[in-house]
Design a protein. Structure first.
Lengths: 547, 349
């Protein structure tokens, strides 16, 4: 009886509030998300398409992109899996710290991993050069592989960890009771039950790796991938056609992953986990001691590297020249303060984007899940769409489509805010949808029965009861927006420059100290934001990734 | 309000109301009328259309055919938030982020009742429902029974023409259910408000209602008072749904064979060998095949020598001295059938 709780099609006309929200939201999604993506397909000429497949440089980039997507996804998944098993089943001290560390990385600006990689494992890196005395260059394939693995394993960790939690101890105990050894339980019960979670995580990470822009830019070197080529074609060569063509090629595997993800999440919703009903309070079956020690050491290594990541960024900001001259100095910090206008832009844009993202995602979730509006599936898909769109392609799409429709918007704050918001609308939508599904539907009816019209219900009932979700969306969108580069890099102008792009520019000019100083500020803002969220709403962040 | 209905006529009238979910017909041409001030129950198994009917009356759904009149006013085109219909939901739907007072005042706020009048009316309702002490509590701080009273209060404070209740007892445990049931009836009588109550529990329906409408597969089967529904069901579905029904084939004095329904407590069993001293009693022999103990009563399953289907018979579990004994499975018994006490079901389906 879920369907009958919604408005009938004819009733939408009787509800002006719903009709207005529906119309505004539809126009927004059409003009700013679906429209640009359609336009970008018209951008490349036939000649551009021909060149994509015949130019060796592009063919190599396509091959590299796909190879990286599989390679980095596989290793990030593996690291995340082992880390999750260690945290949930290893039963060793310091669990709370170990589980926090990947989270920090997850919410950090995307260039943090790459920048730290240079400081730690680069030509004059702390580990490679200073500690080990090696003269190696890991730039290129190997470096990118390592950096992406370490940057994206937190995603796998978050998803698999909540899978592990929902599996609970009952099945493990049952297997143990049937005579399986502890190690056997792990491999014959726990890991197989994680397969759906692993698949979901793999698709999730796959899309992120394909779209990854900061790591290839910083440490890809001559190992070219599509995400950066899309950028250099547009900004370096002003070749919008080629840039769009490459972006569309990049979209293909991402779209496949996205479609698979949608298919799986709709089909297997809670398939394995709800067999026994409520998850029980039975204690977990422990793992044998040697395995636990190994898991602990593994966690320790990964966590130590991750902490070093943040440490070197803060440290590089206060020494003369990282790797060469470790004299303490305040020069970089002082000089980075000159970038206050960009930092202010970042803050203002990110706050606006967070507000926009929260509004769009919650209204869309409400309309899709609580109102029987026409084209619900279309609305649902359009809202989730940005999750499958590589940021670089979306950047190109916005630039090229507004160049046709309304050129005066290009380079303005509006498009930047839009690009930031759009990327996180799917996450916000998932959070809001989950919150709505947890709310009794009878509350809506109750309020309506008492004389409230739809928009009053939304204001008085839905918003207060999903406040945590809205706040989490806002904070998440803000934290991620402030560091984002991929879509924004196409849209900034002199007046609307943001600090994340400045950091990449500084890194390209090898102004490491200043880059690190500015990056430290963004990282600190991120951490403060995260702390606030935990303090105020206590929202579990992993929830965002499991829906 | 765009209409001011005659409150003495505040009853509900459904005329050939139908509703489809896609190709599934949930409510099939249902007509019924509810007397003013009465307690009216929609009774039927899950999926019979009773909840859909309630949603049609409250305006959450529109009928595909037929008309609904409340207090003589056709409700077509009046949205859910403008109908003068109060509703008590199965899970009460109390707003968890509002206090009891705020919950009860919400409807008045939505109807733009001035602040002072609002406070007075909320207070009056709380007094009548005896929930003044709960004023500042939140729903999660209330017991099931208290939640229900708040839900009723929230609905009646708007002085609706009709109060709808959707299985409001189903979330309570068995003992509480019986107590709240009595409370509910008493409350309804005190408020004098026309009430439409939905349940699948026949005992609830029989004990609470002035009138019952039995529904099955979207169709109205019978509308009548509880005694008639129980003793004179119009078809086998109603007979079986509101209680156990034995179908016995009797031969009348004129030799005409009739198929009659007997409730288990309308029959009785005795040791074999007795003779019928009453010409209106027919005796058949059979064997007890099962015995269920319910506390106050016993239910025997008796296999008759001349009938394939078993007969269920209720008896007091502790017979008074000099009366019938209790029997165990395997005992041979005589089944006493009062020949003029059965009910011949008119529509045999």
């Amino acid at each position: 009886m879920a369907a009958d709780r919604r408005l009938t099609h004819s009733q939408i006309l009787k509800e002006p509030g719903v009709a207005i929200f529906y119309a505004v939201l539809s126009v927004f999604l059409l003009v700013f998300i679906v429209g640009p993506l359609v336009v970008v397909f018209l951008e490349p000429s036939a000649a551009d398409w021909a060149r994509v497949w015949t130019t060796p440089r592009w063919r190599t980039a396509i091959g590299n992109t796909l190879a990286m997507a599989f390679r980095s996804t596989a290793t990030a998944l593996l690291v995340g899996l082992v880390y999750a098993i260690a945290i949930e089943r290893g039963n060793f001290p310091g669990k709370r710290i170990f589980e926090l560390i990947p989270l920090l990385l997850l919410v950090s600006p995307p260039f943090v991993g790459g920048l730290a990689f240079i400081f730690l494992l680069g030509r004059s890196g702390l580990i490679t050069s200073n500690w080990l005395g090696l003269e190696v260059s890991l730039y290129g394939r190997t470096g990118l592989w390592i950096a992406q693995t370490l940057s994206f394993f937190p995603v796998a960790f978050m998803i698999l960890r909540s899978s592990l939690q929902s599996i609970g101890g009952t099945l493990d105990n049952a297997a143990r009771g049937l005579g399986a050894s502890r190690t056997r339980v792990l491999f014959s019960v726990t890991v197989p039950l994680l397969v759906p979670g692993m698949l979901a995580a793999a698709l999730f990470i796959g899309i992120i790796v394909l779209a990854d822009f900061a790591n290839p830019l910083l440490i890809g070197g001559r190992y070219r991938v599509l995400a950066t080529e899309v950028f250099s074609q547009l900004t370096g060569w002003a070749d919008a056609g080629m840039s769009a063509a490459l972006g569309i090629v990049l979209l293909m595997p991402a779209a496949v992953f996205f479609a698979l993800q949608q298919f799986l999440s709709r089909r297997s919703h809670g398939r394995y986990v709800t067999v026994g009903g409520r998850s029980s309070q039975l204690p977990q079956v422990g793992l044998p001691a040697p395995l636990r020690v190994l898991l602990f050491l593994f966690c320790l290594t990964v966590a130590a590297y991750t902490l070093l990541t943040f440490f070197v960024i803060f440290a590089a900001a206060v020494v003369q020249l990282w790797g060469i001259d470790y004299t303490i100095t305040a020069d970089h910090v002082r000089r980075s303060l000159r970038h206050w206008p960009e930092l202010r832009n970042s803050l203002v844009f990110a706050l606006s984007a967070a507000a926009l993202c929260t509004l769009v995602s919650s209204v869309s979730a409400y309309l899709v899940h609580r109102c029987r509006v026409p084209f619900r599936t279309g609305l649902d898909l359009a809202t989730l769409l940005p999750a499958g769109i590589p940021g670089t392609l979306y950047g190109v799409a916005l630039v090229t489509s507004f160049a046709r429709w309304y050129p005066r918007l290009n380079g303005t704050a509006l498009l930047i805010i839009l690009a930031m918001a759009a990327s996180y609308i799917p996450v916000g939508y998932r959070i809001s949808s989950a919150a709505l599904q947890q709310m009794q539907p009878s509350l809506d009816d109750g309020a309506r029965n008492l004389g409230a019209h739809r928009m009053q219900v939304f204001r008085d009932i839905t918003v207060p009861l999903t406040a945590n979700a809205l706040f989490a969306t806002f904070a998440y969108a803000f934290i991620r927006s402030i560091g984002t580069v991929s879509a924004v890099v196409f849209l900034v102008s002199f007046e609307t420059m943001v600090s994340s792009v400045i950091i990449l520019n500084l890194a390209e000019q090898s102004s490491w100290g200043r880059a690190a100083a500015l990056a430290s500020m963004l990282v600190l803002i991120t951490f403060v934001g995260l702390a606030l969220v935990r303090l105020i709403s206590g929202t579990r962040w992993n929830r965002m990734f499991t829906r | 309000m765009d209409t001011s209905p005659d409150t003495t006529q505040s009853h509900l009238e459904l005329a050939s109301v139908s509703h489809w979910y896609g190709k599934v017909c949930a409510v099939d041409s249902v007509s019924l009328s509810v007397r003013p001030g009465s307690f009216f129950t929609l009774l039927g198994p899950s999926g019979c259309g009773k909840t859909t009917l309630l949603r049609l009356v409250s305006g959450f759904l529109d009928p595909d055919a037929g008309s609904i009149r409340i207090g003589g006013v056709d409700q077509a085109g009046i949205p859910a938030d403008r109908r003068r219909v109060g509703m008590v939901f199965q899970d009460y739907a109390l707003f968890p982020h509002m206090t009891v007072t705020a919950n009860i005042a919400y409807g008045l706020r939505m109807h733009r009742v001035p602040r002072d009048e609002r406070a007075d009316r909320v207070h009056a309702v709380m007094q009548r429902l005896d929930i003044e002490d709960l004023r500042q509590r939140y729903p999660h701080e209330l017991s099931g029974g208290q939640q229900q009273r708040v839900a009723v209060g929230r609905a009646v404070v708007l002085e609706p023409l009709l109060l709808l209740m959707d299985e409001p007892l189903s979330n309570l445990d068995a003992k509480l259910r019986v107590r709240i049931r009595a409370e509910l009836k008493e409350l309804q009588q005190r408020l004098g408000i026309t009430t439409v109550y939905v349940t699948h529990d026949q005992e609830e329906a029989l004990s609470l209602s002035d009138d019952i409408a039995v529904l099955d597969q979207g169709r109205l089967q019978q509308q009548s008072d509880p005694v008639t529904i129980y003793e004179k069901p119009v078809n086998p579905f109603v007979a079986g749904f509101v209680g156990s029904a034995n179908m016995l084939r009797l031969t009348g004095q004129n030799g005409v064979r009739r198929l009659c329904m007997y409730r288990p407590e309308w029959l009785y069993v005795a040791p074999t060998g007795a003779k019928a001293d009453d010409p209106n009693t027919e005796i058949r022999t059979g064997t007890v095949t099962a015995r269920e103990y319910f506390g106050p009563t016993l239910r025997y399953r008796v296999a008759l020598a001349d009938d394939a289907s078993p007969v269920y018979v209720d008896a007091p579990s502790r017979p008074r001295t000099g009366q019938r004994d209790t029997f165990a499975p395997g005992d041979n018994v005589a089944l006493y059938i009062p020949t003029d006490g059965g009910w011949e079901i008119p529509d045999r389906g």
